[in-house]
Design a protein around this ligand. Structure first.
Ligand SMILES: NC(=O)c1ccc[n+]([C@@H]2O[C@H](COP(=O)([O-])OP(=O)(O)OC[C@H]3O[C@@H](n4cnc5c(N)ncnc54)[C@H](O)[C@@H]3O)[C@@H](O)[C@H]2O)c1
Length: 254
């Protein structure tokens, strides 16, 4: 029960990695609020975890504030905020319309800023808080064609994590992130071909795609007391995917 009695808001948690984070936090005793644009799936997940649901598009300032306010109203405090909502359309830069660029940056990067901005007054007053963000290996470490906007948004999150960690350090608030590799989620299955998923499995030294729970475990660590002296950093959860210098890395274990 590493999070017993703590109030956690997980944004983008109707399904996928976010739902696994909320579930893992709940297993460790946290009170959960889920914020998501998908109301019906979000309500179901919240109900399953005995938590609350608030409908929110995290790229909109008022709605980010509402999500934080709903958490404080429900549980009297907000100890942990995870901004996990993200979109990942696949479009080559030469075909990316400026509107699509703005939409990706609005959710993935501006959403992170809006969450931090909305939670800050409460966490500052509590002199305690854990701000956590879902970044990615895509952008900060690696990339592939079609990920221009996405890579920019996730590399941007890592810069924001460092800046916020420094600014908020005086208030007892830590700011960290997790960089998942390729995690098999509903969103991944919907947006990526079976061929892409096979090629990724071949590129991952540990030989499999990650699970949402693999990522949730890293979030749990960063949200817990065990990580009280860690701020301004990210944990890579990718099965070793960013390690090889080239594709010919497998050795015969015998
Ligand atoms: N799946 C992967 O391999 C992978 C790898 C690296 C990083 N990530 C990141 O992990 C996060 C979750 O990915 P996933 O694969 O679980 O995605 P997903 O599409 O399965 O789930 C994303 C959730 O975010 C919600 N959401 C989308 N836009 C929103 C908005 N504007 N406001 C509030 N909620 C919104 C969706 O409704 C959904 O419930 C994203 O930030 C993604 O970039 C995923």
């Amino acid at each position: 029960m590493r999070l017993k009695g703590q109030a956690a808001l997980v944004v983008g948690a109707a399904r996928g990695i976010g739902a696994a984070i909320a579930e893992r936090f709940r297993e460790e005793g946290a009170d959960i609020v889920i914020a998501d644009v998908e109301a019906s799936a979000g309500r179901q997940t919240a109900q399953r975890l005995d938590g609350r649901f608030v409908e929110a598009d995290i790229s909109v300032w008022q709605q980010a504030q509402n999500a934080v306010a709903a958490t404080v109203e429900a549980y009297g405090r907000i100890d942990i905020l995870v901004q996990n909502a993200g979109i990942y359309p696949w479009t080559l830069i030469e075909k990316t319309e400026p509107e699509e660029w703005d939409a990706v940056l609005a959710v993935n990067l501006k959403g992170a800023f809006l969450c931090a901005r909305a939670a800050l007054p409460h966490m500052k007053a509590q002199r305690h808080g854990r701000l956590l963000f879902t970044s990615s290996i895509t952008g900060p470490h690696v990339t592939s064609p079609g990920h221009g906007h996405y890579s920019a948004s996730k590399a941007g999150i890592n810069g924001f994590i460092r800046a916020a960690a420094l600014e908020f350090s005086s208030y007892g608030i830590t700011v960290n992130g997790v960089e998942p590799g390729n995690i098999l989620t509903e969103g991944m299955k919907a947006h990526r071909s079976a061929e892409f998923i096979r090629s990724m499995e071949e590129a991952i030294p540990l030989g499999r795609m990650g699970t949402p729970r693999d990522v949730a475990n890293a979030f749990l660590f960063l949200a817990s007391e065990d990580a009280s002296y860690i701020t301004g950093t990210t944990i890579v959860v990718d099965g070793g995917q960013i390690l090889p210098e080239g594709s010919d890395f497998r050795i015969n274990p015998d």
